[in-house]
Write a protein that binds this ligand. Sequence first.
Ligand SMILES: C[S@@+](CC[C@H](N)C(=O)[O-])C[C@H]1O[C@@H](n2cnc3c(N)ncnc32)[C@H](O)[C@@H]1O
Length: 556
Amino acid sequence: MNWRDLNVSACGKYHERDGQPAYSGRFDEVLKFHVPGLAPVKCGDEAWHVGPDGNAAYSRRFIRTFGFYEGFATVQAQDGWHHIHPDGSDAYPERYDWCGNFQGERCTVRLQDGRYRHVRSDGSFAYPETWRYVGDYKDGFCVIQNDAGLCTHLDLNGKPLHGNWFTDLDVFHKGFARARDGDGWMHVDLRGAPAYAQRFAAVEPFYNGQARVERFDGGLEVINELGQHLVELRPARQSEFAALSGDMVGYWRTETIAAAVRLGVIEALPCTPGALAEKCGLSSDGAMRLLRALGELRLVERNAENWRLSVRGDFLLEGHPLTLADAALEYSGALGDLWSSLSEALKAHGDWRAPDIFGEVARDPARLQEHHRMLRSYARHDYALIPDALRLQGHERVVDAGGGFGTLAMNILSTYPDARMTVLDKPEVVEQARNSLGVVPGLNWLPGDLFEPWSIRADVVILARVLHDWDDGDAFKILAQARAVLSPGGQLFIIEMLMEKHGVSGALCDLHLLMATGGRERSKKAFERLLAEAGFSLIDVRQVAALPAVLCAEAI
Ligand SMILES: C[S@@+](CC[C@H](N)C(=O)[O-])C[C@H]1O[C@@H](n2cnc3c(N)ncnc32)[C@H](O)[C@@H]1O
């Protein structure tokens, strides 16, 4: 009997041909036949492969068996997952936590430590690295995901195809892959370059040169490979009028959150509205109205008569390690006020001048605490993966210039305890940071000015979210001071969000920097130019987290 004529029966317990059972035996479960004419079957606790006559292909038994692909079948055995030959013998001695199927002479496996890689059919590793996740190869390329959740394409030897990283990515289909960046979904070509400028809420692969896509307004349309609209399949579902109205009253959210922090509501919960009014000096109507607004923002939840903080609301607690309580006050107060002159700041010939925010903060000890607790929360949240991404040898002299309260420096020291860390910042900041951290082995403080010569020599300089506070002229001056403390070959790491060359993601943050400090977010190209002017060459960009990237440069 030709196994190609056999199908799985409707009950899934045997195979049939033209509606007739192909053999008399019955199993708990069968899967379909694959080359070389074997099908996985399961009965009770045992699983194996059978031929078209329903007889076992070999005497071994496994916990689970799967179909043969490229001559190998995945099996789950008592001692782990692996592959077998059609005669039931092991393809290689290793055991894994899970195995996929061979596609393009490579197979995805998960190691016992939970990490993924590809193996060849003889069991050897296709490349030395392990990744957070790897998908199947198709047409010689696969998608891998790094620890920061970002994805790229690798070739059969594990080498990057184009080196571009995306927040989500698919394998290639007819020369294009579906990819998502901060702005949305698109198609990219084999160079990892977007096929067109638009972004969508979702895209399908191209089918004979056309793809169905969903717009952000919920409308569906068909586009061509240039991103041009061809056919409307469904009109917009979301009212753009409502979306714009919502955006225009963003300050409602800012002020509600800040009021809850300022009035002590966050610290007073959980309690009833009556108790809250009492504890925080609110009218009973005011307490109820504020709680309802916080509920709409999903910061609090009602539990019978009591209101309590949600997981999101917990971040507003002063004692939370990632507290955003100070940020809530800054955004509604000093930082929010600065935005009222946005139109002036954008004018070609206005007399608007950027504020000296760091000077103002330094002059007011209470504000300095608040501002730096805010920066500390963002640093704790965003910098967890940075030390590994620096790939230091471990004993270097490292200067974190504009290092604030030393959060990143402490992270680096816990990964590289023998590094000699120095945090350079304004004297007022250093004084408060020193007082709050006390003596930390390996950590030195250097009160100073980013724009004046730094009285130190270093092997490595870090500028984390510092250059984005300054225009190109001032950024160059800081880079020049960094260059002066390094010898040729010394390393500079810039940790910042990267703007896409033609993207819009991060553009509001860019305006925030303009208003708060006179600074700007930059693209890789803009950094490359600045670095070259200051005597550095950019050698690598490591996208370790969704927000900040690590730009690695070398002193020339
Ligand atoms: C946006 S914060 C970044 C802090 C820290 N690197 C981080 O990523 O969380 C900028 C830092 O630069 C410091 N700074 C600003 N102007 C400075 C100057 N002229 N000299 C020294 N430090 C300065 C500020 O005090 C602040 O700590």
